[in-house]
Design a protein around this ligand. Structure first.
Ligand code: BGC
Length: 887
């Protein structure tokens, strides 16, 4: 009998050996080492003391992921060990895998005995000072195991006996802080000792008190920074102790005077950064802590990798024509800089971070629209130097930048050393892409950098100006993120935040967290942004993306209520609110109540050449009904599919019926001339109608024809904005025009992807133009929305697509074209890596594909043939086809 190899790559909640999880039904995953598909599995889970808590026996199931724990109730702060063996379709069984572990955090709120502690500043709103907490405490006995659970209102850095426990991470994440804040779990076994121990933490504003959003509003969630730490210690003799924040802690100041994530730190480096951590040390002006007044927020465990330092970059130092010292890191990114400066004691130096230079080569402080209320450049740290050389690395801020300007208030300062520190949520890369055309490779790199820069904490619109979790931006980019990085947990977290911040009537804020709180008491300025279609539809679109790419069914169950509330809200909105056009004139009879033409809609958003001020006014006066109605039809259809997947029969019918009605209303109101005239007759009107399947079969050819005509009229330039750009090239390919898709991709004048590349972009820009006619930069230079073309590069150029949820069946349908001689790359599916690699030589296309274990694939070739294949490597060739020669 042959031995079937053991499964590998075991994960719990899609993470490797996580500690501090608070889900009581963790989900297990693994990868099969055998080509044959899995028909079932057996899992064993043991508590740390060896007691079995789940012996699953054989369970039938083909998916090696999303397997829910069904054993005895899990206990807080316990380490569990598990293993798996699989049965293959042929009936053979593998050997047991190696063991993996997971560890629970604090599962019951009543187990938090630590106090939330703060200071007694009478006017924290005015001083905004950073806090340094400290306690000295005795332990008796040899430590066998110790875990620290910690969090803050603000960002914190925890130290035990002088060791930085938090490291480079920016924690806790930005969540709806009225409802919950995440805590971190740390293994601190080696840091505590018998005798006296020094516990300390510094806290800066973070996303809790720091400035957020387009108005740079600060003090949104509260004015008091606070800390909570609870350390559970087990001694070798079996006894236990708990050390926690209590009234014995003191709080005071330190070198970081104030720290805002956006406007930066004010730091006095003449104050020692380490003395307060030493025996006998203390924060400056230390006083006893005060307990934070009672509040309703709860502590929840982290569900994904932290925001942290992932790589470093060297920069080149030069002087601008006006004499300012500039460091150019050669790449736009999110993070901070570590710098060694030499000046005189008391000299103050301003470090400004920005993405672009002016045409004259100066640091540009004016290219972004809404910086702070004061219109001052906002990405800045200000440090006061001691005598001699000093190293400065900010603790509690991040910036979006390529350039760093170093400006002393007076005199000169020597930059002895400088490094760029790249920050992002540390989630794994999943896709690779490379072609014979270096410009496309640069485009891919730019998209990766924009993804990484903005997947910092919440998925942001940009790392500079707003830094907000815009729902629409992730709606359009979610699929690309799912292809490019391991983003299931990351997007789940976003959806959880969104749901917590969803309005009671089902309306969805333009961004999540919604940057508003009970603490503000005033009325939320953006409350009327409830019905923004294309943005609120993140509720229906993103869970379905996670299902399609990760086979994630659980997220559908979790997000269903939120998605349903959104669709019902929009439907109700259409039925009860009429826009101006319908009030004065047009009537659509039975279709009337399915047209969305009211409310704050932003429409397609940022088509080439858009002036956002006039566009915003126009959409306010006349909300783009074609866009809004299309999204209601699409979301209702998605919701019906979602209901089907989670077994909610009545809703399948209800939302299918709504989708059908809205589709009919859409056609009655916006489709003319057999599909040759839709809405405002812009490219995006046709893209949406085709992509969302809103047309009758006989209208599709007309719509496609008109779309191609519009592209040709624009001399093969795209005319789409945020919402339709991701669908433009797929729609063209799916309807038999890859030649047009490639012409758009390879276009090198504005607006196009390669125009940005040719202009030297290292990230993706917010607008298609990036620069004004006078050469000055304009709007953000790091927005991922237009980078959504990366999923097309993978799914059409390489041709790797899921045919069944989670890539259980995979389609390989590469589309050679665009003059490319070769393209190669891969995606990491939940089953393992799928790759596609093609090249053209002598009029023949050669293709190599790798199909991961446990999956099967259909390979569609350019000669019109299709081939069924199983796991493993496969080669094909075919003559360059007719479509290609037209490109
Ligand atoms: C943001 C966008 C966002 C939009 C919505 C902008 O300021 O940067 O990415 O989706 O506003 O109106």
């Amino acid at each position: 009998m042959t031995t079937i190899p053991a499964p590998t790559a075991l994960t719990t909640n899609r993470r490797v050996n996580p500690i501090g999880i608070d889900s009581t039904i963790p989900e297990f995953g693994w990868q099969s080492e055998s080509g044959q598909a899995q028909s079932g599995y057996e899992i064993e889970v043991f508590a740390d003391n060896g007691t079995a808590v789940w012996l699953s026996g054989f369970i039938a199931g083909t998916e090696p992921f999303g397997v829910a724990y069904r054993g005895e109730s899990l206990v807080s702060r316990q380490r569990y060990i598990w293993r798996v063996r699989v049965t293959l379709e042929g009936g053979e069984q593998s050997v047991w895998s190696r063991s993996a572990t997971f560890e629970t955090g604090i599962l019951d709120a009543s187990e938090w005995s630590a106090l939330w502690v703060t200071d007694s500043d009478p006017e924290p709103q005015k001083t905004l000072r950073s806090l340094y907490f400290r306690a000295e405490t005795e332990l008796r006995g040899d430590v066998r195991r110790a875990r620290a659970y910690a969090s803050a209102l603000g960002w914190y850095k925890l130290f035990i006996n002088g060791t930085d426990v938090t490291g480079d991470a920016l924690v806790p994440r930005f969540t709806p802080f009225d409802d919950y804040v995440e805590y971190q779990a740390y293994d601190v076994t080696d840091l505590l000792k018998s005798g006296s121990n020094i516990l300390a933490a510094a806290v800066g504003d973070g996303r809790f008190r720091g400035r957020n959003g387009y108005k740079s509003t600060g003090v949104i969630y509260g004015d008091r920074l606070a800390l909570i730490v609870q350390i559970h210690v087990e001694f070798t003799d079996g006894t236990e102790a708990v050390l926690s924040t209590d009234r014995n802690w003191v709080v005071g100041g330190g070198p970081i005077l104030t720290a805002d994530p956006k406007t930066g730190e004010r730091v006095d480096l003449r104050i020692s950064t380490t003395d307060w951590l030493q025996p006998g040390g203390a924060p400056i002006n230390a006083t006893p802590v005060r307990q934070l007044p009672a509040h309703r927020r709860v502590l929840v465990a982290e569900e994904l990798e932290r925001v942290t330092l992932v790589s470093t970059r060297r920069g080149t130092i030069s002087r601008t024509p006006s004499g300012v010292q500039i460091v150019d890191f050669g790449q736009n990114f999110s993070g901070i800089a570590r710098i060694r400066l030499k000046g005189y004691s008391g000299q103050s130096v301003r470090l400004s971070y920005g993405e672009v230079l002016t045409p004259q080569g100066e640091f540009d402080e004016h290219y972004l629209d809404f910086p702070t209320k004061t219109k001052e450049w906002f990405q800045r740290d200000e440090v006061t130097l001691p005598a001699g050389s000093v190293d400065y690395t900010p603790w509690f801020t991040f910036k979006g930048f390529r350039y760093l300007a170093v400006q002393p208030a007076e005199g000169d300062v020597v930059i002895e050393d400088v490094q760029g520190l790249v920050y992002t949520s540390d989630i794994a890369a999943a896709a690779q892409f490379e072609t014979s055309d270096p410009r496309l490779n640069q485009l891919w790199s730019n998209i990766e950098w924009s993804l990484r820069s903005n997947f910092l904490d919440v998925p942001m619109d940009c790392p500079t100006r707003e830094r907000s979790g815009y729902t629409g931006d992730l709606q359009v980019f979610g699929k690309t993120a799912a292809v490019m990085v391991d983003s299931d947990n990351y997007i789940r977290r976003f959806l959880r935040n969104l749901e917590a911040d969803q309005y009671e009537d089902g309306g969805v804020p333009a961004y999540a967290p919604r940057e508003w709180s009970d603490f503000r008491r005033e009325r939320e300025p953006l409350r009327n942004w409830g019905p923004v279609t294309g943005w609120g539809d993140a509720t229906t679109i993103l869970p379905m993306v996670l299902h399609e790419y990760y086979g994630d069914i659980e997220v559908l169950r979790r997000q269903y209520a939120s998605a349903r509330a959104w669709v019902e809200y929009l439907r109700e909105f259409a039925a009860t609110k009429k826009g101006l056009v319908r009030r004065f004139g047009h009537r659509f009879g039975v279709h009337e109540k399915y047209i969305v033409d009211h409310g704050r809609q932003v429409g397609e958003w940022l088509r080439p050449g858009t002036n956002i001020i006039t566009e915003s006014i126009a959409t306010m006066i006349r909300p783009p009904a074609e866009v809004a109605t299309a999204y209601l039809a699409y979301s209702a259809k998605l919701l019906s599919a979602m209901a089907e997947l989670i077994g909610n029969g009545p809703d399948v019918k209800r939302f299918e019926a709504i989708a059908t009605e809205v589709r009919a209303a859409y056609r009655a109101a916006f489709v003319r001339s057999s599909g040759r005239r839709i809405g405002a007759d812009m490219q995006d009107d046709y893209v949406r109608a085709l992509a969302f399947d809103l047309l009758a079969p006989h209208e599709r050819a007309g719509a496609l024809g008109r779309l191609v005509e519009l592209v040709q009229k624009a001399d093969y330039h795209l005319g789409t904005g945020f919402l339709s750009t991701p669908m433009l090239l797929p729609v063209l390919c799916d309807n038999g025009r890859p030649d047009i898709a490639y012409r758009l991709l390879m276009q090198t004048t504005v607006p196009s992807w390669l125009a940005e590349v040719d202009m030297g972009a290292t990230t993706v820009w917010e607008t298609w133009e990036g620069y004004k006619k006078n050469g000055n930069a304009f709007m953000s230079h790091n927005h991922y929305a237009f980078g959504s073309v990366a999923s097309w590069l993978v799914e059409y150029v390489l041709g790797i697509r899921p045919l069944e949820a989670g890539y259980r069946r995979i389609l390989f349908a590469p589309t050679p074209g665009g003059g490319l001689a070769r393209a190669a790359g891969s995606v990491t599916t939940p089953y393992g890596q799928a790759s596609s690699n093609w090249s053209i030589d002598d009029g023949v296309v050669s293709l190599n594909v790798t199909v991961p274990n446990g999956t099967s694939a259909e390979v569609r070739l350019g000669d019109g043939t299709a081939h069924e294949v199983g796991a493993g490597d496969h080669q094909f060739t075919w003559p360059v086809n007719a479509v290609l020669t037209r490109v």
